[in-house]
Write a protein that binds this ligand. Structure first.
Ligand SMILES: Nc1ncnc2c1ncn2[C@@H]1O[C@H](COP(=O)(O)OP(=O)(O)OP(=O)(O)O)[C@@H](O)[C@H]1O
Ligand SMILES: [Mg+2]
Length: 393
């Protein structure tokens, strides 16, 4: 990857104010080599030598979707990034389905140039680089399309299981407005991701360490902001640097996310070596989990890097295991039963893998941790304390 400015061909739709375009590309690392009207069609690769096509459009624009499909087809596999103004309701999915590499939303961001650059840089890096470096720690993004389905429960128990087995582990609470990973772990938020993001200076391992809270299991935790209004300072660029530093330092990085595909969640998916997709045993949750899996597929995420967890899997709701497999197109990797002890452990701030080691949910979470250990290359299944993860319970 070169660090010289990215030669960018911008295609604008008529609903976009030219001043908006100026703001979007106002970054010395973006070199605009031409601006074209989307209605004039896709220029050939010879007509404008560019590294990336940047499509700027209003949300829901059918013309932009057609332009993106044509650009993907006709511009020799060159990355196509979409910058979308307005409320994206369902448009993200359509944009990714049309073949775009990434989408940047500018609804709430008056100066999104760094995000535009980051999306383009990432797409170029994906094209040019080899698969992820296995010397780095594993990075698990815990994902779920709905609220209240067990993402935080899973992140907390997965992180603690890995730490308890001797792997150096950091958890990040990316539920930036209503994060409760700290509560599930019984930790007080003295320093949070907000304090780190506003501290200024270089973001290196030593600096980050000072903002982590240690759990008795030895897991470190970067807690969510204490107030929802603090969430806005956490940018996608900041997260990219943070994740890079954490992966270089820890055996495992486990990120708990809010529901849905926000720009921060998409950045986390991009950084992840594996996804932990949570579903729950009811029809709306299964439908949304399927949509989530399809969205990941459209984003180019390989299905064999996704672990599927079915929470409350023993609930008697008239949905059989074969119904689940039929809807999701695959069997879940781990089934978590529904138990009152789980609720008690959350209320007590002690993850069930520690509070009730022999319970069925604890065994299931340890089995999930073992899957992630086995996903690592044989050479690095030995943890930083030189011990292998052992099945207990
Ligand atoms: N297997 C289970 N057994 C019993 N209760 C459960 C189980 N899974 C989840 N719950 C209950 O559901 C609540 C919500 O779980 P959790 O906070 O992990 O969901 P979430 O997906 O992180 O939600 P949000 O998106 O709102 O952050 C828990 O506090 C607990 O009371
Ligand atoms: Mg949660």
């Amino acid at each position: 990857m070169t660090s010289s400015p990215i030669r960018t061909l911008v295609a604008v739709d008529h609903m976009i104010d030219p001043r908006t375009v100026e703001v979007i590309v106002d970054d010395p690392k973006i070199n605009v080599v031409g601006v074209v009207d989307q209605e004039a069609g896709v220029p050939g690769t010879d007509a404008a030598r560019a590294d990336v096509m940047l499509v700027v459009c209003g949300a829901g624009s059918q013309g932009a979707l057609e332009f993106v499909s044509a650009a993907v087809r006709e511009r020799s596999g060159q990355p196509v990034i979409v910058v979308c103004a307005g409320s994206p309701n369902g448009f993200i999915r359509d944009v990714l389905a049309s073949g775009a590499d990434d989408i940047v939303l500018i609804e709430d961001h008056p100066t999104p140039a760094p995000e535009t650059y980051f999306a383009m840089h990432k797409a170029l890096a994906r094209r040019s680089s080899a698969p992820a470096d296995d010397a780095h720690g594993s990075f698990v993004c815990v994902l779920g399309p709905k609220g209240g389905i067990g993402k935080t429960l899973t992140a907390a128990n997965l992180g603690v299981s890995l730490a308890d087995a001797g792997y150096s582990t950091v958890m990040v609470d990316l539920d930036l407005q209503f994060g409760d990973l700290g509560l599930a772990l019984g930790l007080q938020p003295e320093r949070t991701i907000y304090d780190l993001a506003t501290s200024g200076g270089v973001l290196d391992a030593g600096k980050i360490e000072a903002y982590l809270t240690e759990h008795p299991s030895t897991a470190k935790v970067l807690l969510a902001p204490v107030r929802p209004d603090q969430a806005g300072v956490i940018t996608v660029d900041f997260l990219k640097d943070l994740y890079e530093a954490l992966r270089a330092t820890f055996d495992f990085v486990v990120v708990d996310t809010p529901p849905g595909f926000t720009p921060e969640v998409i950045a986390t998916i991009d950084a992840a070596s594996s996804i932990c997709m949570i579903g729950m045993l009811d029809a709306p949750s299964l439908k949304n989990t399927k949509l989530g899996l399809e969205t990941l597929q459209l984003m180019g995420y390989s299905m064999d890097r996704i672990r599927l967890v079915l929470n409350r899997a023993d609930t008697s709701v008239g949905i059989s295991h074969s119904d689940v497999v039929a809807v999701l197109g695959r069997a879940p990797d781990v089934l978590i039963p529904s138990q009152r002890e789980v609720v008690r452990s959350i209320n007590a701030g002690e993850p069930i893998v520690l509070a009730s080691k022999r319970s069925e949910p604890a065994k299931a979470f340890r089995a999930l941790a073992e899957l992630y250990v086995s996903d690592r290359t044989p050479a690095d299944t030995t943890n930083s304390r030189g011990r292998k993860l052992l099945r207990r319970g």
